[in-house]
Write a protein that binds this ligand. Structure first.
Ligand SMILES: Cc1cc2nc3c(=O)[nH]c(=O)nc-3n(C[C@H](O)[C@H](O)[C@H](O)COP(=O)(O)OP(=O)(O)OC[C@H]3O[C@@H](n4cnc5c(N)ncnc54)[C@H](O)[C@@H]3O)c2cc1C
Length: 510
């Protein structure tokens, strides 16, 4: 395993968000024997103290320091979800990795970048000789560079797994290989028409393009009744307890000035808390590029917090200069595996058996990525890993059979999840209050219809995604319910029209 960061769980302020690991993620952590470590590091929705009757409660802290509790109905399937910071999750995963390393099954090289990936063996010049047998030329080579020393090592894996994120170098190597295979002319034509096999299908979402910045707050940060005239001090009104969901509501302001801070629960009562700001790229907060400017902007937005007391000048300066991140457009690949044939042996050598084929497979964000609206990035990535192992086991390790089987199972899921992202819950960031109001009405309508006639109407897709069904099935049920809602609306409109016509004609109601 090659990882370019200095350690698996290296802190990265811009990526210190909190994950929700659901039943999909658990299928992988169970298989890897790390579910207990994950549960021990996170907050489970079964154990949060404010869990009552299957409900999840969070506190909204208003600008005047008053709190407003909100209650969200949750499904049974969500009860054993675990919330934990990315770093804590990676640490829990690495506990399983250490066991595998001790058994000699895995070797993890930190600080090491996969710098050059070549697929397909170049024909060896000249005839084969005993000193350079043609069949030993590898079909896949990965040259890895130690980031500190610059030293290089070359690997020749039989199976190359590209779990290297949305800007995947392995995917780029697959694209290059495809172009080489087709020849330059054909590749240019494919590029113009967007036909490349490993080119993502890109969709759109109202959440795509939003920028996020993660602020670090102290544990159980106090909030206050703001002192008259602002500034520091003021009477403490409560605390944003680490174990609870929280939202700090900013003062009313024009859309490109209004802010809110979202806080997800943490297990450790003494751990610093990360709070997300998620706003459009033209928002005024991005113009605050010094620590002082950001402090003043945040103080004006959140009078219920004493910003100067909660964040050090260094933290403010780091937040002001951080790049933050941008939510990508939902995208997915239709193809994300390749069987790379063994090099053609020379006539004197026996042909390689199909079972000896080499292969490349992509997983996780390298295949599908999207904004974090549904908390499915990690969960779908872990589900990919489980599906890959199952497919390879079923094929007895034969990559030529196992990789296409994995792709056939995982590709419809990737496409369905990316489509769900386009409409399921993209307005949660309040980037468009009117659209958010329509979304809420739609959500409530589906909940009501599902209560009245569960055999005809499914809950909202946001809840369907949490149920133990494939994404494809969640999408199908969401669309089927939409069609039935339209049919119901049409029937109601027809009844109302008939009623009005009869009333206009003076026919008494029967
Ligand atoms: C603000 C935000 C909130 C999110 N919240 C959630 C959530 O609540 N729930 C959820 O499920 N998902 C969430 N996600 C999405 C989630 O983070 C991703 O879907 C997930 O991390 C994908 O995992 P991955 O392993 O495919 O890629 P990554 O996590 O990006 O990991 C790729 C790894 O490969 C390494 N790497 C890359 N290139 C190379 C190379 N050439 N050589 C060596 N190493 C390399 C990188 O250093 C990195 O460690 C969120 C994302 C964002 C931006």
């Amino acid at each position: 395993m090659l990882e370019r960061r200095p350690t698996l769980d290296a802190e990265d302020a811009d990526r210190s968000y909190v994950y929700m690991i659901d039943w999909r993620g658990r299928s992988m952590t169970d298989a890897a024997g790390v579910s207990e470590a994950v549960a021990a590091a996170g907050v489970s929705t079964t154990t949060i103290d404010f869990m009552q009757a299957g409900r999840r409660e969070g506190a909204g802290v208003l600008p005047d320091g008053k709190t407003k509790s909100s209650v969200i109905q949750i499904k049974d399937e969500m009860r054993s979800n675990v919330w934990l910071p990315r770093t804590a999750f990676l640490r829990a995963l690495s506990s399983g990795l250490r066991t595998a390393e001790a058994a000699g099954r895995v070797s993890l090289l930190h600080n090491t970048e996969a710098a050059d990936i070549r697929l397909g063996a170049a024909p060896a010049p000249g005839p084969a000789s005993p000193s350079s047998p043609a069949a030993s030329r590898p079909a896949i080579t990965v040259t890895a560079t130690d980031i500190t020393t610059g030293a290089s090592r070359t690997f020749a894996p039989r199976l190359l797994v590209g779990a290297d994120g949305m800007n995947s170098a392995v995917r780029a190597a697959l694209e290059r290989h495809e172009e080489e295979e087709r020849g330059a002319g054909a590749a240019a034509a494919a590029g113009a028409g967007g036909e490349g096999r490993f080119r993502p299908v890109v969709l759109d979402s109202p959440a795509a393009g939003l920028r996020f910045r993660v602020l670090q707050l102290p544990p159980n940060a106090p909030f206050r009744r703001p002192p008259p005239g602002g500034g520091s001090g003021g009477e403490e009104a409560g605390r944003l307890e680490n174990g609870r969901f929280g939202k700090v509501v900013g003062v009313r302001a024009p859309r490109l000035r209004a802010l809110a801070l979202g806080l997800l629960p943490l297990r450790d009562p003494a751990a610093p808390r990360s709070a997300n700001i998620i706003v459009p790229p033209e928002h005024e907060v991005w113009a605050q590029t010094s620590g002082e400017a950001l402090r003043d902007f945040l103080q004006a937005s959140f009078p219920q917090l004493d910003i100067g007391a909660l964040m050090t000048p260094q933290q403010l300066a780091a937040a002001a200069t951080s790049r933050g991140g941008v939510f990508p457009r939902p995208q997915y690949l239709r193809h994300f595996t390749a069987v790379v044939p063994q090099p053609q042996p020379h006539a004197a050598e026996p042909a390689a058996s199909p079972a000896a084929a080499s292969g490349v497979v992509l997983l996780g964000d390298a295949v599908h990525c999207f904004p974090p609206d549904l908390g499915q990035g990690v969960n779908s990535s872990l589900a990919d890993a489980v599906a890959l192992v199952k497919a390879l086991d079923a094929a007895g390790g034969d990559l030529a059979a196992g990789l296409p089987a994995f792709e056939a199972a995982a590709a419809p899921e990737a496409a369905a999840l990316a489509e769900l992202m386009t409409f399921s819950y993209p307005y949660q960031y309040n980037q468009d209050p009117v659209a958010r109001a329509f979304w809420t009405a739609n959500f409530l309508m589906r909940m009501l219809l599902n209560k009245v006639a569960p055999w005809a109407f499914e809950p909202h897709s946001f809840l369907l995604v949490q149920q133990p069904i494939p994404y494809v099935e969640a999408l199908r049920r969401a669309h089927a319910t939409t069609q039935r809602m339209w049919a119901l609306a049409a029937a109601l409109a027809a009844v109302a029209a008939a009623f009005l016509v009869r009333a206009a004609m003076g026919v008494p109601p029967s």
